[in-house]
Design a protein around this ligand. Structure first.
Ligand code: NAP
Length: 292
């Protein structure tokens, strides 16, 4: 059985993080990839329900929503604008640099001209003059990396984006971006209790004060039903998903989980995890059991 939230805005219990440039968010966010069609392609079967999930997330205190132009493509950004514009204190983080050629197909493309068009189109779809946080979805391995970094920096200097982030990068790549003059506000990498390959990146981000956004915080839903979490769930009176999210929040003060869901019931369950105080021994046992 999940823990039920005791307040109207449980997200606030996750604490805050200063992304930079005076933009402070609550650490538990919402990932808006799951409000599209199957395989993140096309519209959802019920767009009204998708908009309702977004509005309920904000009612519950969410002020950090993660999306990308490639989710749909364009569907997630469109729905966010329809449901939440003019945002009123909710930071929208989007991404560019992945092409879509069909359901489940993703290809990096981050040439300067393409990135500049992608940002302009995201600004138009989201209905903003400046994007709060723009993340390079993938460094494009076929094109000059420093040109990608300098293009991002230039768009920030031009006022198109307020803050910049990277996605699925190693420590060396973050350092290369910093050396190229990029102020890296966030790093978004796959990380959860079932996927621990980015421990060094989490530690680096913590040392540098960079926000770490774990994608797949529930391991794409697999952690919602995982025997490794059973004892902790029993001890805390929480669901497996809530244990997975509470563990992430305790892992580092720079951790900014963005669980994704198309369901209001799951959303309410997930944000209630922010109110869970995970004891050190429960955290350590899970840590040891899931480290590879
Ligand atoms: N940067 C990248 O390359 C990248 C890659 C992937 C994702 N992301 C970002 O990360 C966000 C989160 O990732 P994600 O949504 O793919 O994966 P996730 O948050 O790990 O898991 C979402 C899946 O779990 C299910 N779920 C959610 N809450 C649940 C609950 N309480 N109980 C049972 N099942 C639950 C959802 O189904 P229901 O809809 O039925 O709830 C959905 O299938 C995305 O929305 C996106 O913003 C980024």
């Amino acid at each position: 059985m999940p823990v039920t939230a005791t307040t109207e805005k449980p997200v606030h219990a996750s604490g805050t993080f200063d992304l930079g440039d005076g933009l402070t968010i609550h650490r538990m966010g919402y990932g808006a990839m799951r409000i599209t069609g199957e395989h993140v392609w096309g519209p959802p079967s019920d767009p009204d329900s998708a908009r309702a999930v977004l509005r309920r997330a904000v009612e519950l205190g969410t002020d950090f929503v993660d999306t990308a132009d490639s989710y749909g493509p364009f569907v997630s950004e469109d729905l966010i604008r329809e449901a939440l514009h003019p945002y009123d204190g909710v930071a929208i983080a989007t991404k560019g640099g992945l092409l879509r050629t069909g359901p489940g197909k993703w290809y990096p493309l981050a040439t300067p001209a393409y990135l500049r068009q992608a940002v302009q189109m995201s600004m138009r779809r989201l209905g903003v003059e400046t994007i709060d946080l723009y993340q390079l979805h993938r460094i494009d391995p076929e094109h000059d990396r420093d040109a990608q970094f300098s293009t991002l920096k230039r768009m920030q200097d031009e006022g198109w984006v307020r803050l910049l982030g990277l996605s699925e990068v190693g420590v060396d790549e973050i350092k290369a971006a910093q050396d190229a003059g990029l102020e890296v506000a966030t790093v978004q990498n796959e990380y959860n209790l079932g996927t621990r390959k980015h421990e060094a990146v989490v530690d680096f981000c913590e040392a540098e004060g960079i926000g770490f956004i774990p994608w797949y915080p529930l391991n794409a839903g697999k952690l919602a039903d995982n025997p490794v979490l059973e004892d902790a769930a029993d001890a805390l009176g929480a669901s497996h998903s809530q244990v997975a999210l509470a563990w992430l929040l305790k892992r580092s003060p720079v951790m900014l989980p963005i669980p994704g869901t198309s369901s209001i019931a799951h959303l309410e369950e997930n944000v209630a995890a922010a109110e869970i105080e995970m004891p050190d021994d429960v955290f350590d046992t899970l840590d040891q059991a899931t480290r590879s």
